[in-house]
Design a binder for this molecule. Structure first.
Ligand SMILES: Nc1ncnc2c1ncn2[C@@H]1O[C@H](COP(=O)(O)OP(=O)(O)OP(=O)(O)O)[C@@H](O)[C@H]1O
Length: 246
């Protein structure tokens, strides 16, 4: 398992609800292996943008392509087997044990029981989780453990792309900082193409290779963390950073 990282390409993508564009003519390319942060205030269209990449939402206009292939040419279920997805509070299946949760995609891919067990143990080591969690239901885990299992599940079949929506949002600030640090140091994340949604500037600066700051369904500034610190391009960007203590 050593997949080539994929590039994601959104061209003039628009999504409307009740005639209002919540994502408005948005163009964005994520080169293979990059971690891109979608940053912005509540309701600016981050989650909608993310969900159009794995077709949890279909765009009304424009195109979304992965490695040059339009996602609409791919069956949503098939597409999602190759795209990891991590959401706030992990989104684990409550009636599945941890082991069953981790095995969801490998089972869909018809891996053998031995392959699944080996991979599960590998992931527990990677994410520093004890084997004793495997038979538990998600309810019997701490928030930090649940979040790690959510990551393990997303990583199980080693997808080249990972989409993360406020992945650390449900954690207390200390646990959040710890997991964020661990996450950043994992080798496995260095080679993947990651799009991560957050409203937290600190998180965006800590994790992003590049940041797309959104407002009203559009990107208002796109660049590396230093570009934002040194050269906020509009009063909105300045206000957004100031309000977050930057
Ligand atoms: N199914 C829907 N029907 C109608 N409006 C929707 C729907 N889904 C999202 N919206 C609206 O679209 C806008 C963008 O929502 P989105 O969830 O993408 O924002 P966000 O930036 O991720 O916000 P948050 O950080 O609060 O999750 C919001 O105004 C939201 O109310």
């Amino acid at each position: 398992m050593n997949p080539t990282p994929a590039a994601i390409d959104l061209q003039s993508v628009t999504k409307r609800y009740q005639n209002r564009a919540v994502v408005d003519d948005l163009t964005l390319t994520v080169p293979a292996g990059e971690t891109l942060i979608l940053l912005g205030t509540s309701g600016c269209g981050k989650t909608t943008t993310l969900k159009m990449i794995n077709r949890l939402i279909d765009a009304d206009g424009g195109t979304v392509a992965i490695n040059g292939v339009d996602v609409r040419q791919q069956e949503p279920h098939e597409l999602r087997r190759h795209i990891g997805y991590v959401i706030q509070d992990a989104g684990l299946f409550p009636h599945y044990t941890v082991a069953q949760n981790i095995a969801v995609v490998p089972r869909l891919l018809n891996w053998s029981a031995t392959q699944i067990t080996d991979r599960t143990h590998e992931l527990l080591t990677l994410l520093r989780l004890p084997e004793t969690v495997l038979d538990r239901l998600p309810d019997a885990l701490s928030g930090g453990q649940r979040q790690r299992i959510g990551l393990a599940r997303a990583l199980a079949a080693d997808p080249p792309i990972i989409l993360m929506d406020e992945p650390f949002g449900a954690l207390d600030p200390i646990t959040r900082d710890d997991i964020r640090q661990e996450f950043k140091q994992l080798d496995v994340f260095q080679r993947k193409t990651i799009v991560l949604v957050t409203h937290d500037v600190r998180e965006a600066f800590a994790l992003g290779d590049r940041i797309a700051l959104m407002d009203n369904g559009r990107i208002v500034q796109m660049g590396q963390p230093d570009d934002f610190r040194q050269n906020p391009t509009t009063p909105f960007v300045e206000r957004f950073l100031e309000a977050s203590g930057y």
